[in-house]
Structures are given as structure tokens and as C-alpha cells.
Design a protein. Structure first.
Length: 330
């Protein structure tokens, strides 16, 4: 720093203010200092700055299941939003949903020194592990019902599922079948509950839901059962990947979409518009979820106070060619 100050013809204090981004430095002087830093190859010591400021400008993300579209797009959104705020992101994946794995993830994040944590994980894993959070770290949980203990940011699962079911009923279908996600998933269960209640409110019978694991293969297996049920004219699938499997199964069994069976997905992945036929689906605003997660955790960090409660990001139904009135109603 002394070398930079001599080359730039300023004080070491001015160099310090420029390197730490403090205001109050004349722009011409700041540019002079930056030019000297570049010429000498000087880079501020981030660890020293963290100790001085009492913050690390790093957010930790604990993530279970890196294979699902929703989790990965949420992770991407959090990382991009954090970068816009000049925060780094440290990912701590949990490969096996066990108490030891979850405890280990929190322990390792504590050792890596983070200012806040975004948890993209089913809340029952967090409860069962009885873990302790990193000291002084603020927390946001994604896709959970833990609003009484943590700050939660979630897609409006219920609103999206209701829009899907009501769309199919409004087209004239007598009832709507459902391919659900895994029972351990909070979002899957919220979509199941809303699907069932929407049918009940309309005075319709709810068939037994078919279970998948978010994969196209599990959707294909469920689709084979749907294809073998001639009474099924409409199905709401809990995500677009499983909907892709359902479309394949229906095609192989000679049941046309939407002429014989209407199909609605959930997520609105970029490929949904290129399915055959293009998929009607519920759009989730993953960038907005990520932005609100980062916004909340940074607010907690700056105020040095935890937040509680749930913020819901709205969904919207995107209507494409995979849905139509049933035969006899066209």
C-alpha cells in the first residue's frame, strides 16, 4: 500500500479508502490510485478487509438435490443476485438427506466464514438434524413452511396449482388427475393439497394421485397408467419434466394430446414451449425468488436482526397447445 501511495503521490490513507470503496475521494485521485494499483499489481487483502469490517461479503447456500430444475434455477438466481450486490456465494451440497450430512454442511459453512445462509432444502431435514447455525449468520429458507422460525421465500405453490386445476375444469373436464412429486417434498405436497381442495370446491371427485420423483422417467411410468385409463381426459403434473414423460407415454399408447387428454405442467422450463405439443404450464419466477432471498438475507445482515415470516412470489398460468375442451365440448 505504501508503494501504491508513493507512485500515486497520495497518502496511504487515501489508498486505503479507494481500495475499500469508501466515498469522499475525488474521482481524478481515485483513478490515479487505481492506475498505480494496476501498474504495481496490487490487490487488497480480502481476508484483512473482512476482519476489519467484521463481514466476509459471502453468502452460503446449502442445497439438497442438484438434479431438479427448480433447485438449480433457484441456486443460479441466488448466485446472480448476490453477485450484483458484490457478494460471493459458497455452495455446500447435501448429497444424502441424513442428520449427519446436514449437520456437516452447517459445520463446514461455519468454518468457511459466511455472513448469511440461504437454505434450499426440505424443512423436515433441517428440523430432524437439530443443527446449530453458523454464529451470527442470518438465514433464509426457500420452499418451506418454516415461516414461524425463519424467513421463508417461496413460489405461490397453492396459487399456481389452483390456476392449473381451474383452467382444466373451465375447459369442461369432469375431473383432473394428478401426477405428484415425492411425498417428502413440501412443494409437491402443497400442490397435491391444492389440487384436491380445488376439485372438492367444484364438487368433483379426486382420483388417487400418482407419485413421481420429479424425473421424466417417473412421469413416463405414471403416464402409462393414465394412458390405460380411458376415463381420464385431463391431468395436472407437478413439474414439466414429469409432464414430458407423461406426453411420451400417451403418445406411445395412441392417446392424443390435447384431443384425448389435456396436460398441464408446473415450472415453465425453457424447453416447455418446444414439447410436442407445446406445454401449458405454471410459470415460476425463479429470478425473483433468488432476488428476494438475497434481499432478505442482506437486510438481516445490515440490521443484525433475524426475520421471520413467508414471502410468496406470484405464479401465472401459461396456456399453450397441450390443453383443450374434452370431446363433446368442442
Amino acid at each position: 500500500m505504501a508503494d501504491v501511495a508513493r507512485l500515486a503521490g497520495v497518502s496511504a490513507q487515501t489508498v486505503s479508502r479507494v481500495s475499500n470503496g469508501y466515498p469522499g475521494v475525488v474521482e481524478s485521485t481515485r483513478q490515479q490510485v487505481l492506475a498505480a494499483m494496476k501498474e504495481l499489481g496490487y490487490r487488497p487483502n480480502s481476508a484483512a478487509r473482512a476482519l476489519k469490517r467484521g463481514e466476509f461479503r459471502t453468502l452460503g447456500v446449502i442445497l439438497f438435490n442438484m438434479s431438479t430444475t427448480g433447485n438449480m434455477r433457484t441456486l443460479e438466481a441466488v448466485a446472480l443476485s448476490a453477485a450484483q450486490e458484490e457478494y460471493a456465494t459458497t455452495l455446500m451440497p447435501v448429497t444424502v438427506p441424513s442428520q449427519d450430512e446436514v449437520r456437516g454442511a452447517f459445520t463446514r459453512l461455519g468454518e468457511l466464514a459466511v455472513d448469511g445462509v440461504v437454505i434450499i432444502m426440505e424443512v423436515h431435514l433441517l428440523d430432524a438434524a437439530m443443527v446449530s447455525l453458523p454464529p451470527n449468520a442470518q438465514v433464509v429458507v426457500v420452499d418451506s413452511n418454516a415461516g414461524d422460525r425463519y424467513c421463508v421465500v417461496d413460489t405461490d405453490q397453492a396459487g399456481g396449482a389452483r390456476a392449473a386445476v381451474e383452467h382444466l375444469l373451465d375447459l369442461g373436464h369432469e375431473t383432473v388427475w394428478h401426477v405428484a412429486g415425492p411425498e417428502a417434498s413440501f412443494s409437491a405436497e402443497r400442490r397435491v393439497e391444492t389440487w384436491r381442495s380445488a376439485l372438492a370446491e367444484a364438487g368433483r371427485e379426486a382420483p388417487e394421485p400418482l407419485r413421481g420423483d420429479w424425473s421424466a422417467e417417473s412421469g413416463y411410468l405414471a403416464g402409462q397408467r393414465i394412458a390405460a385409463a380411458p376415463e381420464c381426459t385431463a391431468v395436472f403434473v407437478a413439474n414439466d419434466q414429469m409432464a414430458l414423460g407423461v406426453l411420451r407415454a400417451l403418445h406411445e399408447h395412441g392417446r392424443r394430446v390435447p384431443e384425448d387428454v389435456s396436460v398441464v405442467g408446473f415450472d415453465d422450463i425453457p424447453e416447455a414451449a418446444s414439447f410436442v405439443p407445446p406445454l401449458t404450464t405454471v410459470h415460476q419466477d425463479f429470478p425473483e425468488v433468488g432476488r428476494r432471498c438475497v434481499e432478505s438475507v442482506l437486510r438481516q445482515i445490515r440490521n443484525n436482526a433475524a426475520e421471520r415470516g413467508t414471502t410468496l412470489v406470484p405464479t401465472r398460468l401459461v396456456t399453450r397447445a397441450s390443453t383443450a375442451p374434452p370431446r363433446g365440448r368442442r
